[in-house]
Design a protein around this ligand. Structure first.
Ligand code: KG4
Ligand code: ZN
Length: 340
C-alpha cells in the first residue's frame, strides 16, 4: 500500500511516500528555520504562508523521488493535530484535495503518534507494546503505547517543553534559534558541575515534568553575570542545562516503563537528538535490562516519513476520513482524529 503523507504542523514543510508503513520511498523536508531565526522563534503567520508556497513542490518531489506516479497512490495522509492551526490547515487541505482528485482515502494523523512512529521506520523489528518519550519544542510527554493506535499519556510537562527551555537558554547565550543543537555542541566540552540548576518534580505525579524553573534559573544566571560585568562560560552552562534536562527526563521514562511492565523504550522529537540525554538513557536502560530504540537524528525532528508510517497503521485500524476533516491546535495523543 502506497501512502503520500504531508507534515506542516510547525516550521517544516515535509512530504514522504511509504510502502506498507515502514518502507520509506522518499522523505523530503523543506525547513523554514532560517526565516524564523530572524525573529528568534516561529512566527505562525509566516509559517502558514511558507507552507502554502512550498507544499505543492515538496509533495511533487516526494512522489518523484519515490519513483511512482500520482495515480499509484492508495491513500493520502496529513498531520491534522496538534500544531499551529494555520500551518496544519495548509498540509491537511492540500492532502484532502489530492485524495479527492485521486479518489483515495484521506488519513488524518496525530503529530505525536507520528513522532512515535519514527521508531518503526528506524527499527523494522520494533512493535508495541512499549513506552515512548516524545520531547520536542512543543511537547515533553511519556506515553504508554499499547498498540499502534492505542496509547495513554503517563506524564507530561506542566509548563514549558524541554525544547522550549533549550531554545530560551540558547537565546540568552546569543545562539541562533533554535538553540537546542548548538547548546548540545557547546555542552560537549563543558563542566556540568560549575553551575547548579534545579531538577523539578511534581508532587503526586511521578511522571510529570516542569522545565520553567530550570529555564528561569539558567536565564537568571546569565543575566546576573552580565549585570556584574562577569563572563558566563557558555560551555559550562550548556553542560549544566543538558544534564538537568536529562536528569529530569531519563529516570522518569524508565520508571514509567517499569510501572507498566514494558520491556522496550523509544524516544523521538527534536530533543531526543540530544547527545547527553541519549547517553544517559542508553546507560540506564542497559542497567535496567530494557531494550532501547533510539531513531537516528534525521528521524527525531519533524519529517514526513514518520507521518507516512503512522498513517498506514491508522488506515489498518480503519481511521480514515474525508474532506470534512478539520484540524486541531491541541489534542491528546489518546484521542481519535477522525469523526471529530
Ligand atoms: O521535533 P522538533 O523538530 O519540532 C517540534 O515538533 O517542536 O523539535 C525541535 C526542538 C527545538 O526546541 C530544538 O532546539 C530541539 O528540538 N533540539 C535539540 C537538539 N536538536 C534539536 N535539543 C537538544 N539537543 C539537541 N541536539
Ligand atoms: Zn514535532
Amino acid at each position: 500500500m502506497l501512502i503520500l503523507a504531508l507534515e506542516s504542523s510547525c516550521d517544516e514543510t515535509a512530504a514522504s511516500v511509504s510502502r506498507d508503513g515502514r518502507e520509506i520511498l522518499s522523505n523530503v523536508v523543506y525547513s523554514q528555520i532560517d526565516m524564523h531565526a530572524l525573529y528568534g522563534g516561529v512566527v505562525p503567520e509566516i509559517a502558514s504562508r511558507k507552507h502554502a508556497e512550498k507544499i505543492t513542490a515538496v509533495a511533487a518531489e516526494a512522489v518523484r523521488q519515490a519513483g511512482i506516479e500520482w495515480s499509484d497512490l492508495d491513500a493520502v495522509a496529513a498531520t491534522c493535530a496538534p500544531g499551529l492551526i494555520g500551518a496544519l490547515l495548509v498540509g491537511a487541505n492540500f492532502a484532502k484535495a489530492c485524495s479527492l482528485m485521486l479518489n483515495v482515502p484521506f488519513i488524518p494523523v496525530h503529530h505525536i503518534r507520528g513522532h512515535i512512529a519514527a521508531g518503526y521506520v528506524a527499527f523494522p523489528q520494533l512493535e508495541p507494546p512499549f513506552t515512548a518519550l516524545v520531547a520536542s519544542g512543543g511537547h515533553t510527554v511519556i506515553i504508554d503505547v499499547e498498540d499502534y493506535t492505542k496509547m495513554t499519556v503517563l506524564g507530561t510537562t506542566r509548563d514549558d517543553a524541554a525544547g522550549e527551555a533549550f531554545d530560551k537558554i540558547g537565546r540568552v547565550l546569543s545562539l541562533p534559534y533554535p538553540g537546542g543543537a548548538a547548546l548540545d555542541k557547546l555542552a560537549q566540552t563543558g563542566n556540568k558541575d560549575r553551575y547548579k540548576l534545579p531538577r523539578a518534580s511534581v508532587n503526586g505525579h511521578p511522571f510529570d515534568f516542569s522545565f520553567s524553573g530550570l529555564k528561569t534559573a539558567a536565564v537568571n544566571l546569565a543575566h546576573n553575570a552580565k549585570q556584574k560585568g562577569e563572563e558566563i562560560d557558555p560551555n559550562d552552562l550548556a553542560a549544566a542545562v543538558a544534564h538537568a534536562v536529562a536528569d529530569s527526563v531519563v529516570p522518569r521514562v524508565v520508571a514509567a516503563a517499569k510501572e507498566m511492565g514494558r520491556k522496550k523504550i523509544t524516544a523521538a522529537g527534536g530533543v531526543a537528538a540530544n547527545s547527553i540525554l541519549r547517553a544517559k538513557l542508553t546507560a540506564l536502560c542497559e542497567k535496567e535490562g530494557i531494550e532501547l530504540y533510539l531513531p537516528p537524528l534525521s528521524l527525531c525532528g519533524d519529517n514526513g516519513a514518520m507521518i507516512a508510517c503512522q498513517a498506514y497503521y491508522e488506515y489498518m485500524a480503519g481511521n480514515t476520513s474525508d474532506s470534512s476533516q478539520n484540524c486541531y491546535a491541541n489534542m491528546a495523543v489518546s484521542d481519535q482524529l477522525c469523526g471529530r
